[in-house]
Design a protein around this ligand. Structure first.
Ligand SMILES: C[C@@](CO)(OP(=O)(O)O)[C@H](O)COP(=O)(O)OP(=O)(O)OC[C@H]1O[C@@H](n2ccc(N)nc2=O)[C@H](O)[C@@H]1O
Ligand SMILES: Nc1ncnc2c1ncn2[C@@H]1O[C@H](COP(=O)(O)OP(=O)(O)O)[C@@H](O)[C@H]1O
Length: 321
């Protein structure tokens, strides 16, 4: 009898920026209680899954050298969890993954989480599991706090450790310039630095989220710019003091506001429109304060199946500093 090998499945998945990140106390499980607003941006990774006798992962694109290809790759955690969930042998899942990175590695833009979300969605299709979005999101949360948002995309309010999501209305498209630093920062270290900086004084930070939600609904980037806030920014800047210069340079170049993305070190600058973003990107890259600059828009959809063809993929706009 002839056995049919399923067609490879490719999923495109976005980066995120936290427009608001309010960090509460550390919980007994080591995680911090968050109130955050995520926005998915048009910097994307692509993950292709295919049936194979030899399991494994290959990683291509910028920063690929610093991404693990073994079991510590978050996309592989997704493979193992979904195999277990569907009664397969997690040690012999019979799949190969190919990851094409467009999201900066260890940049505070949830690149690893994005690949895990993409792997979940792709395998759900490859293995014909027909698991619904809600159940897939529960599995995603077991991999990491940011993984459910990578599945969902758009703009969303996150609570708990960031995994409990409610979609948020964001009118119009916002235009961003993304400044990548020369080296990444590890998330646990940045949370640890925030705890250290806070000492005994406890949480006090970016405040209430409601005004930002109103600005998103109004679609006015000037209003939104005034309300961007990230409690992890002081910790990221403390670990990487050069970020202060990057943040200043973006605003001097004409951005409405700049913010460290999540745990950093990537900085995200909100601009009035696309033309302004292109001008800010060019000026910022000339200022020599970062490794690379990109232009991005948000919100964009979460993980979605594109096709099995990789040809003719547009490259994201890039300006090298
Ligand atoms: C800071 C944020 C903001 O969105 O993103 P990144 O900047 O990493 O992209 C997230 O909270 C990162 O989420 P994620 O990267 O999925 O973290 P996880 O794998 O769940 O946790 C990694 C580690 O980060 C710390 N952590 C994470 C989430 C949270 N609410 N409190 C924490 O203290 C813990 O030390 C934990 O062990
Ligand atoms: N698929 C993946 N892509 C990128 N990094 C990954 C991946 N899987 C595991 N990692 C590890 O996770 C760390 C954090 O990477 P990433 O998710 O890109 O950043 P962040 O947590 O700052 O958003 C990296 O240092 C890398 O070693």
């Amino acid at each position: 009898m002839l056995s049919v090998v399923p067609t490879p499945i490719t999923v495109r998945v976005p980066a995120k920026v936290n427009l608001h990140l309010s960090v509460g106390d550390a919980r007994p499980d080591g995680y911090h209680e968050l109130v955050t607003v995520f926005q998915a941006l048009s910097l994307t990774d692509e993950v292709t899954v295919q049936t194979a006798d030899e399991p494994g992962i290959e990683v291509h694109g910028e920063g690929a050298d610093s991404v693990p290809t073994g079991p510590s790759n978050l996309a592989w955690t997704a493979v193992r969890l979904l195999a277990e969930h569907s009664g397969r042998d997690p040690e012999e899942p019979g799949v190969r993954l190919s990851i094409r990175k467009g999201i900066p590695v260890a940049g505070g833009m949830a690149g690893g989480s994005a690949d895990a979300a993409a792997a979940l969605l792709a395998l759900n299709t490859l293995w014909r599991l027909e698991i619904g979005r809600d159940e897939l999101s529960d599995i995603a949360a077991k991999i990491g706090s940011d993984v459910p948002f990578s599945l969902q995309g758009g703009t969303a309010l996150g609570t708990g450790r960031g995994e409990r999501l409610v979609p948020v209305l964001a009118r119009h498209t916002f235009h961003w310039v993304i400044a990548l630093d020369r080296r990444g920062l590890e998330t646990p270290g940045v949370y640890g630095e925030l705890d250290r900086l806070r000492g005994d004084t406890g949480p006090h930070g970016v405040g209430e989220v409601e005004p930002l939600l109103e600005a998103l609904a109004s679609g006015d980037p000037r209003q939104l710019a005034l309300l961007l806030g990230n409690d992890l920014q002081s910790a990221a800047v403390s670990l990487r003091p050069n970020l202060r210069r990057t943040l200043r340079a973006g605003v001097e170049a004409g951005a409405l506001a700049g913010i460290v993305s999540g745990s950093g070190p990537t900085c995200a600058f909100l601009c009035t429109d696309n033309d302004a973003a292109v001008r800010v990107a060019a000026e910022l890259s000339g200022a020599g304060v970062c490794r690379t600059v990109r232009v991005a828009q948000g919100p964009v959809p979460g993980a979605r199946i594109v096709s099995d063809e990789r040809a003719d993929r547009p490259t994201p706009p890039q300006v090298h500093a």
